[in-house]
Design a protein around this ligand. Structure first.
Ligand code: SF4
Ligand code: SF4
Length: 446
């Protein structure tokens, strides 16, 4: 059926083969079979052909091969894509949808037909995540805004909505000002090794709880943790917006920073960042070394190094239940992540008495999609509502996910709905956890 697969030859056009010699399908290789349609979240929402992967691949083909000659409607449907890559998991032609999408965005960007993001603050947002020092300074303003009462005041006025800042404000978590960077966290247990922690662009200030929990558990397992100061954004957001030249610079910086450290592994906590870091290895054009130690997801690392004798204080969660939201970056990009989401379940199963269940319909994207939830709330919010409906019906006490983007998006949805948990009637505002944060809370003092 797929004659081209038998014809792979190293002498053919190198642009269509990866380093291992495997054929990379072009947009025009889509057979229009439609198998991908059932997995596409935007097709599920809108139920029209234009919102299907098949239709988008036709648009990508036009952009890549006809250099951007597409209609405004085609562009709108293309931009509604959450880039979840669920379509890749079922495609018999093995279409590299994510890769084609990035390539098309780059073509559009160079032809000035589309700019990254649609919000007037988007260029500033991209600059902030490129420069951590600048981002740290802005967090001081954000913390002042949150703590001074200005946030409460402004939310009562229409100003945020009029300035189109209401969506961003809803996503904003409680900001932490202290830096973790350039610190060294030694273990007090029998020494097993040293690891470096990847913190990316926003986690230190927007999700420090997960990073501190990771350090605490790694220390308890006998690992000393380094948090290098000059590491930066993984580059995923830039890559997906067609700014691969900036993504490449960010990749080079991270590789240079981590390769100078005397560590046994690099640990990441956010699955989308981890996916991008792993994709550095696919960046053939980068004339640099790759990471010289293994790059490992925190849940996988903890499972692989969990000592038999380490016991948790399980009473606090006995009889409770968690629903696991599996980020698309973990479950859909099998070529890179090899279905690593199973480690989340293995790690949570170390908590005796805790009921662990997958969130129903995990194969469908929650709509977060990097900045997609900010640029396309009309797509992201209905998808989130479906997810939260599943959570509510599951009667689970906690919602667990390994990706900061999904976590912020889902938390903001819970804040809007103020969903109650059946077991204690409390608000679920603080019911979204990284699995490592749950584990850290149950560690017995040593
Ligand atoms: S990446 Fe996701 S949203 Fe985009 S076309 Fe594929 S399945 Fe649909
Ligand atoms: S499953 Fe693959 S080949 Fe079939 S329509 Fe979708 S993208 Fe095209």
């Amino acid at each position: 059926m797929f004659d081209w697969m038998d014809d792979v030859s190293a002498d053919d056009d190198a642009a269509f083969y990866d380093q291992s010699g495997s054929y990379i399908p072009e947009a025009s290789d889509c057979m229009r079979c439609g198998l991908c349609i059932s997995l596409c979240p935007t097709y599920k929402l809108f139920q029209i052909e234009e919102e299907s992967p098949r239709s988008r691949i036709r648009t990508l083909d036009k952009i890549i091969n006809d250099k951007g000659l597409i209609s405004t409607e085609d562009l709108e449907h293309l931009n509604n894509c959450t880039q979840c890559r669920a379509c890749e998991t079922i495609c018999p032609s093995q279409m590299a949808y994510g890769q084609l999408f990035n390539q098309a965005r780059e073509t559009l960007l160079s032809s000035q037909a589309s700019k990254p993001g649609t919000h007037f603050l988007a260029p500033l947002g991209f600059k902030l995540i490129e420069r951590k020092n600048l981002f740290s300074m802005v967090t001081v303003l954000l913390a002042g805004y949150q703590k001074s009462g200005l946030a409460i005041l402004l939310k009562k006025t229409p100003l945020l909505r009029l300035l189109k800042l209401d969506k961003a404000e809803a996503l904003l978590p409680e900001v932490t000002l202290q830096n973790l960077s350039d610190h060294y966290y030694p273990t007090s247990q029998a020494f097993k090794g040293t690891v470096a922690l990847f913190t990316g662009c926003i986690s230190e200030h927007f999700d420090q709880k997960t990073l501190l929990a990771s350090i605490k558990v790694l220390n308890a397992l006998g690992f000393t943790v380094l948090v290098p100061k000059h590491q930066g954004c993984c580059g995923a957001l830039h890559q997906h917006q067609g700014q691969s030249h900036i993504a490449d610079q960010l990749a080079i910086n991270n590789i240079n920073v981590f390769n100078t450290l005397p560590v046994d592994a690099i640990i990441y906590t956010a699955s989308a960042c981890g996916l991008m870091l792993k994709e550095y290895e696919l960046k053939d054009a980068l004339a640099i070394d790759k990471f010289n130690v293994p790059l490992v997801d925190i849940t996988e690392f903890l499972c692989l190094h969990w000592p038999e004798e380490l016991k948790l204080n399980e009473a606090a969660l006995s009889g409770k239940s968690v629903a696991v939201h599996e980020p698309c970056s973990q479950r859909n990009v099998s070529k890179v992540s090899e279905k690593k989401h199973q480690y989340v379940y293995s790690l949570l199963e170390k908590i005796t008495g805790l009921n662990v269940q997958p969130l129903p319909d995990n194969q469908t994207c929650c709509g977060a999609g990097g900045v997609h939830c900010l640029t396309h709330p009309e797509v992201a919010e209905p998808l989130r509502a479906i997810k939260l409906g599943h959570f509510q019906k599951s009667n689970a006490d906690y919602l667990v996910t390994t990706n900061i983007g999904c976590s912020l998006h889902l938390k903001s949805g819970l804040a809007l709905k103020n969903i109650s948990v059946p077991s204690n009637g409390a608000s679920t505002l603080n019911k979204v956890y990284h699995p490592v944060s749950l584990i850290a809370e149950l560690l017995k003092p040593t």
